[in-house]
Ligand binder design. Structure first.
Ligand SMILES: *Cc1c(COP(=O)(O)O)cnc(C)c1O
Length: 415
């Protein structure tokens, strides 16, 4: 029996329920994934007990000789993975990694130019409700009506705004990000280029998406999305001066003692990302997303930008009589978890939206391939074509459970 089961029945019971939910639903939220049992075990390790403010061999506490080796291992692995010179693996999340970059490179009220949240950008790219939009003067670029970033337009906006930093990278953008073009634009206006690869990092690590290096001055990512690691973030750069500023921005700037247990899990995750099998995984993630796009297009749905280059697709319901929220609810009832999302030319509020975002990374981690994704795409179409038919939703829910049962990752909620 696990310690949790014995000592805290309430939390253990909830963990068991969550294990059920994760095992028998189809998790298709594009920002989620399933960390390996080794990653989860490392998160729950005794490294959680250690205070280690500072950086390897420059700590404010004694007894750090082992966590120094651990953190250095994580740093060396992530540098190898992305082919760069400097890494900070301490950010507790993607948002804190981004805050660290801003704090390192900007002063309050400096101008930043990022992708509009409603066009696929992230809150931390200058949205007014985020500290990035409160601390800095934020301006935005977006996608055109066919769902792609219009780089000429980005250049025009950059020339007018004259930002000190341009953010590229997105949370809901199905197409390749052209880092080289972004850098040319940044150079033309004398701005830093900051690439946030939170979503696509797992593909970049496998050379299945272009690398932000050597173009970006600073790169951030989460570790828990396509990378399949623990929940957390990191920052990379090739510039020594910038790396020093980033280290001071994270600690003591915005964080205290690093989560060395999570850093242990990051090291394990990066180790998995460095294995040859990772390339096979990343390729399959892309194949699976493409199958979703192809099958749903054939079924008559409007796939934003006409397809996908990465791990996600966006469906637009602008020409349908139901909303993204309706679609999200119907699919949830059928055991398929996605999220509602704004689409180019959006007419509804951000709480309702006219689209959904569907990702392939998590189910690919469960071992699902072409055959399963073709089936799933057909089931999504069936639910959306019968958006108000609870009987169909219940029937699909059963079929989803049957499929899920053959692709179980975890045999217990704690490791
Ligand atoms: C998810 C995401 C983040 C933030 O990550 P958190 O760990 O949730 O703070 C930042 N940028 C982009 C582009 C993201 O998709």
């Amino acid at each position: 029996m696990s310690f949790l089961a014995k000592n805290d029945a309430a939390v253990y019971e909830l963990a068991k329920q969550e294990l059920e939910r994760q095992s028998y639903n189809l998790e298709m939220i594009a920002s989620e994934n399933f960390a390996s049992p080794s990653v989860i075990e490392a998160m729950g390790s005794i490294f959680t007990n250690k205070y280690a403010e500072g950086y390897p061999s420059k700590r404010y506490y004694g007894g750090c000789e082992i966590v120094d080796k651990l953190e250095q291992l994580a740093i060396d692995r992530v540098k190898e993975l992305f082919g760069c010179k400097f890494a900070n693996v301490q950010p507790n999340s993607g948002s804190q990694a981004n805050q660290g970059v801003y704090q390192a490179l900007l002063n309050p009220y400096d101008k930043i130019l990022g992708m509009d949240l409603s066009h696929g950008g992230h809150l931390t790219h200058g949205a007014k409700v985020s500290s990035s939009g409160k601390t800095y003067q934020s301006f935005f670029y977006g996608v055109n009506l066919n769902g792609r970033i219009d780089y000429d337009r980005v250049r025009d906006i950059a020339k007018i705004v004259q930002p000190k930093l341009i953010v590229c990278g997105a949370s809901a953008y199905p197409r390749e990000i052209e880092f080289k073009t972004f850098r040319q634009i940044a150079d033309e206006v004398g701005a830093y280029l900051f690439a946030d690869i939170a979503h696509i990092a797992g593909l970049v690590a496998a050379n299945e998406h272009q690398n932000p290096f050597p173009h970006a001055h600073a790169v951030t990512s989460t570790t828990h999305k396509t990378l399949r690691g623990p929940r957390g973030g990191f920052i990379l750069t090739n510039d020594e001066e910038i790396s020093k500023k980033i280290n001071s921005a994270i600690f003591p700037g915005i964080q205290g003692g690093p989560l060395e247990n999570i850093i242990a899990a990051k090291a394990v995750g990066f180790g998995e990302n460095l294995k040859p099998e990772w390339k096979t995984y990343a390729k399959q993630v892309k194949i699976n997303a493409k199958i979703l796009a192809d099958v749903l297009s054939k079924e008559g749905f409007d796939v934003v930008s006409g397809g996908t280059d990465n791990h996600l697709i966006l469906l637009s319901f602008l020409n349908r009589d139901f909303s993204g929220k309706d679609a999200d609810h119907a699919l949830e009832n059928a055991g398929i978890t996605v999220n509602k999302n704004t689409v180019p030319g959006e007419t509804r509020s951000p709480f309702v939206t006219s689209g959904i975002r569907i990702g392939s990374a998590a189910l690919t981690s469960r071992g699902m391939k072409d055959k399963e994704f073709t089936f799933i795409a057909q089931k999504i179409a069936e639910v959306l074509n019968n958006i108000n038919d609870a009987n169909i939703h219940a029937k699909v829910r059963k079929e989803v459970k049957e499929l899920s049962s053959n692709f179980i990752i975890y045999d217990k909620p704690t490791y």
